[in-house]
Design a protein around this ligand. Structure first.
Ligand code: ZN
Length: 1043
């Protein structure tokens, strides 16, 4: 019948097939026009608005009023509840019937008091299946509730996705009707779509593409859209094509359903809870129909939310997890930022996450899953291995603006040499659609061809999109093994990584950080969030140390396990990869700051309680060198002795006074007045108005505008400030990125540098010497913004502190402070989690200059042989060191997605510390800790006694005792975490006066290594460290007894 040969005209045949399935052309006669059959309106719709997100049980009690399709409601962030009554016509028996629901906003269908499916237009989910095949016996009438959130998939950006949300947007339902759905048409449409895509993507150079073209053309010939009995012939032609198989060598794509849900971003945390429920209930519906479907789901916090808010759904999730279809992955509490959280925070991400997964799903995750964050710390491989994870999946480096990352499957080697098998899905997306394009790109982009023959493809709409669709599954099913395309199998992370491990001999290794050459503004944006994170990390550290000591010293003390876990979880939540980076809307910032405030309030109370318990230990037993003393006492939570100038309140006059205190390592000391005469600080005002401050270690000359004209390291007589330059120089830049406003600082901003020179108040002396010398001044940045600073030099202190307050009301500007120094080195050093790394100070290659703005934690250092300068800070993360200029990024002023980002008052402190020798020898690391962890004053408790004692000390400065906490699940043990901070192999001895019975090595999940008992000798616990090694110890305590 079809013996006419086709003309050699690829274009007409291809377009013919395209038009046959087009949803805008020829729908009166083409196949697409037959997808839906008869339709009828719903019986009734009522609606009720709620300005809060309320549970179903409250929603059904609302007052409902009639709603007409097309009517608008809102505003943004409200919820409209609909009560929908449907009646399916008798005549539709034998048909598949859908409720078609098209609306702005993200919806959830509730039936019989349970959430049953998400409806999101942007996620191609606008049908709820009422019946697969209508029978006479099933109910034709039912009442559904539809909960409609007044926000889109990506919030409510005004004009563009990342613009600040429009608070007054109106929403509407555009369609609510019952339709007959023709499944046979859908199947055939999918066949056509895949064939057409194969033609297009394989291109004219590939003979398989022509076979697809002729198959599709012949299918159009045989298919009569109005006559379903013609469909099987067409379908069998497609099947013949799809089942022509590959050779054995073909690449395998491991398809996994996924739904990347940002824990907060362009919508608040609270909406995410509903996004999770909408997405996952939709996934469960798909799994019911597709027993082979696999879905990977990360972020313990989101699962915990669903467990609390949707317990029925959570138990279904658990059932499918048991079947191996719903696969928890990632191992962390949230998908956190990979740069800014401290080392201990990162450990806690895994500790809280893995313990949750183990408790709820019976397994620890074996893969770290972080597809979407803005760079990855070089310490992550060691932290992963310590948390039972050997594999890592991400793809964000495909966003690099300058250099193309050279690998997709490789070993990533961290700072200490730990290696994890790493896979970047070559399709460069975590939101694929199961289309031919995704498969072809996965093979084409794979940079490890010949080395790795397996790749992941994560498919499903993210965020509010509700994950995979049946159509995506159908697409992938058709081409499981089709000649010309890679093989596709529904797979799991474990299966993929096991196969990659089995053929890993040719894989390359990437050593050091995975630096994202984009989103470098996120080290600085939303300064209050950065401050909250740093301060709360510090506070929780101190609460844990003080509570652990109180636990050992005071029988009556209850360790605040639950409260601490709650506070940690809040802190970890705010480390999500759009919150701590500052790339979220204003409502999220408000929530985040509220959580930090909660941590501060509760944490401060807990610290106070534990300190009281510690001071009150005299009541339960006194040992060692304890003496009866009058308070106040001071607590040092850091593992070295500190001598610092501390503001106290005079007991008789109630006036603030300064005292120099020396507090032993992880210990307490009482403050004795007038003990010893420290070398004093002198402050001299010169005739030209400049001020010279000197403390025997440093001599600084401060200009009238607050700049450092000179800084001298007295004993070596080394000048720090570069010839003809000034230190502490504030500079402003135009800060207009290409698109990602809150995220990006572009290279060209460096050309817009303008020093801040206008003096509002020239320097005046604030503290005239003795224990403290300080001067203050105010600069004008613009008509609206000012900087007020106190430059502080304390007795015995090796650094100058710059206590800064900025009134900041700018738009698309950036403020930095510069220190041009007399140091020449091709590399600068930056503190990262549990260690430090070097980055170039030159711009030789594209890899070097792409790092014109980098992140670091508490300090950065520029050293040449024998001398260097360190820049310390108490809440900043953005640095740049170019040639000999050390720069700290202070504030930005982006306008999207938060139109008010960073506007207002900011307080922060940074410090400059010149030093002899290396930064290791000069104790720069310790000084940066000191700047961040204030000595804690302990309140006087009348009638009690306190002690002058040190609980722990470490024999070498290279090893830092970072964490002291109660062990998880054990009442009689402490967990200690130490790390090697110099980058050296060392032996150390940990001494303690606490009653330690046994000591064991354990991993970061606190699982004891039975092969690794730790000896306890007369002098303490001997330990060996590799460079940057993290060591966790469990110390079992003797049951408390009088000493
Ligand atoms: Zn994300």
């Amino acid at each position: 019948m079809y013996h006419q040969p086709v003309f050699k005209n690829r274009r007409t045949l291809l377009e013919r097939a395209e038009k046959f399935i087009s949803d805008c052309y020829f729908t009166d006669c083409n196949l697409r026009g037959r997808l839906y059959g008869e339709s009828c309106p719903v019986e009734s719709i009522l609606s009720s608005l709620s300005h809060k997100r309320i549970p179903y049980s409250e929603a059904v009690k609302l007052n409902y009023e009639p709603y007409k399709v097309g009517d608008t409601f809102g505003p943004t962030w409200w919820t409209c509840w609909f009560k929908v009554v449907v009646r399916i016509p008798e005549l539709w028996r034998g048909k598949q019937v859908h409720l078609q629901w098209e609306s702005d906003g993200e919806a959830m269908v509730w039936k019989d008091q349970q959430p049953v499916q998400g409806l999101t237009k942007e996620g191609e989910k606008s049908s709820y299946i009422l019946t697969e095949c209508l029978t006479d016996s099933e109910p034709h009438s039912m009442t559904l509730y539809i909960e409609l959130a007044c926000n889109g998939l990506f919030g409510a950006g005004q004009g563009s996705m990342i613009a600040a949300p429009d608070p007054d947007r109106k929403y509407s339902v555009q369609k609510a009707e019952l339709v007959v759905f023709n499944q046979d048409v859908r199947e055939l449409l999918t066949d056509f779509e895949m064939l057409v895509d194969i033609v297009k993507l394989l291109g004219e150079g590939d003979q398989r593409g022509y076979q697809a073209l002729f198959t599709a053309n012949e299918m159009v010939n045989v298919c009569e859209p109005t006559n379903p009995s013609s469909f099987p012939v067409a379908r069998s032609l497609a099947l013949t094509f799809f089942s022509q198989r590959n050779g054995e060598s073909q690449h395998t794509v491991h398809a996994m359903g996924h739904c990347h849900i940002d824990t907060a971003w362009l919508w608040p945390y609270e909406e995410t809870i509903r996004k999770c429920a909408r997405s996952w209930v939709t996934v469960i519906r798909l799994m019911e129909k597709n027993s082979h479907m696999v879905f990977t789901c990360s972020q313990a916090q989101q699962l915990e939310w669903v467990k609390s808010w949707y317990p029925g759904l959570f138990s279904q999730i658990r059932d499918y997890a048991k079947k191996g279809q719903f696969i928890p992955v990632g191992g962390t509490w949230v998908e956190m930022d990979g740069n800014l959280p401290s080392g201990e925070s990162m450990v806690r991400q895994f500790l809280e996450g893995q313990r949750f997964f183990q408790k709820e799903f019976g397994n620890y995750c074996r893969e770290f899953w972080l597809p979407d964050t803005f760079g990855y710390s070089a310490q992550l491989p060691q932290i992963m291995l310590g948390s039972g994870i050997t594999r890592f999946l991400t793809q964000k480096l495909s966003w690099n603006l300058v250099n193309t990352f050279p690998h997709n499957t490789f070993y990533w080697e961290g700072l200490d040499g730990s290696q994890v098998l790493t896979h970047f899905p070559p399709g460069n997306s975590y939101e694929m659609k199961g289309k031919v394009e995704d498969l072809v790109n996965t093979v084409k982009n794979n940079k490890d061809k010949g080395r790795a023959n397996h790749s992941a493809a994560l498919f499903g709409f993210g965020d509010g999109g509700g994950g995979p669709t049946q159509l995506m599954l159908d697409r992938l099913n058709r081409v499981q093994d089709t000649d010309g395309l890679p093989r596709v199998q529904m797979s799991s992370p474990d299966r993929l990584f096991s196969l990659l491990e089995a053929e890993s001999s040719l894989l390359c290794t990437w050593t050091g950080e995975l630096f994202l050459e984009l989103h470098n503004g996120t080290y600085t944006t939303q300064a209050q969030i950065k401050l909250g994170n740093r301060q709360c990390e510090t506070l929780l550290h101190d609460v844990e140390v003080a509570s652990s000591l109180a636990l050992c010293e005071n029988n009556a003390f209850q360790y605040p396990t639950t409260q601490l876990q709650n506070l940690w979880r809040l802190l970890l939540l705010n480390q999500f990869h759009d919150v701590i980076p500052g790339s979220c809307i204003e409502a999220v910032v408000e929530d985040a700051l509220k959580y930090y405030q909660e941590i501060r309030t509760v944490g401060t109370k807990l610290l106070q309680k534990s300190c009281e318990a510690l001071v009150a230990t005299g009541q339960t037993g006194v040992r060692g060198q304890r003496t009866e003393v009058r308070v106040p006492a001071v607590l040092n939570t850091l593992p070295w002795e500190r001598s610092e100038v501390l503001p106290l309140t005079d007991g008789t006059t109630n006036q603030p006074v300064l005292a120099l205190v020396t507090v032993p390592s992880v210990g307490v000391v009482s403050v004795k007045e007038g003990s010893g005469t420290p070398p004093a600080v002198s402050v001299k005002v010169q005739v030209d108005g400049t001020v010279i401050m000197e403390n025997g270690i440093l001599r600084a000359v401060v200009n009238k505008d607050g700049c450092l004209a000179s800084l001298n390291l007295v004993r070596s007589n080394r000048e720090v400030i570069y010839d003809g330059c000034q230190g502490n120089q504030f500079v402003m830049f135009d800060d207009v990125p290409l698109y990602w406003d809150a995220w990006d600082i572009m290279d060209y901003h460096l050309q817009t540098r303008k020093p801040v020179v206008e003096v509002l108040h020239p320097i005046q002396v604030l503290s005239s010497g003795g224990l403290r010398g300080s001067v203050t001044f105010t600069l004008k940045i613009s008509e609206k913004s000012t900087i007020t600073q106190e430059v502080i030099l304390d007795a015995m202190c090796p650094y100058i502190k710059f206590k800064t307050q900025v009134e900041w009301l700018e738009a698309h500007k950036m403020l930095k402070v510069e220190f041009p120094v007399r140091v020449r080195s091709p590399e600068a050093t930056y503190e990262i989690q549990f260690g430090h790394l070097k980055r170039p100070t030159h711009r030789n290659t594209s890899w070097d200059w792409a790092r014109f703005e980098v992140w670091g934690h508490k300090w950065a250092d520029l050293s040449e042989h024998g001398f260097g300068v360190s820049l310390l800070n108490d809440c900043k993360y953005g640095y740049s060191v170019h040639r000999n200029v050390m720069t700290l990024s202070l504030l930005r002023a982006p306008k999207a997605p938060d139109a008010n980002a960073d506007m207002g008052t900011h307080q922060f402190t940074y410090a400059i510390m010149p030093h002899k020798g290396t930064f290791q020898e000069a104790d720069v690391i310790q000084c940066a800790y000191n700047l961040n962890y204030p000595l804690r004053l302990m309140d006087h408790t009348p009638g009690s006694s306190t002690a002058v004692w040190s609980s722990f000390s470490v024999s070498t400065a290279a090893v830092i005792l970072e964490t002291i906490k109660k062990a998880e699940d054990r009442e009689d043990a402490l967990l200690l975490r130490l790390y090697e901070s110099h980058g050296s192999s060392v032996s150390a001895c940990l001494s303690t006066c606490l009653p330690v019975r046994e000591a064991w090595h354990c991993d970061l999940l606190e699982r004891v290594d039975p092969s690794c008992p730790v000896p306890i000798t007369e002098v303490g616990i001997p330990l060996n460290f590799r460079p940057f090694q993290i060591v966790s110890l469990l110390l079992y305590l003797r049951q408390s007894e009088p000493f």
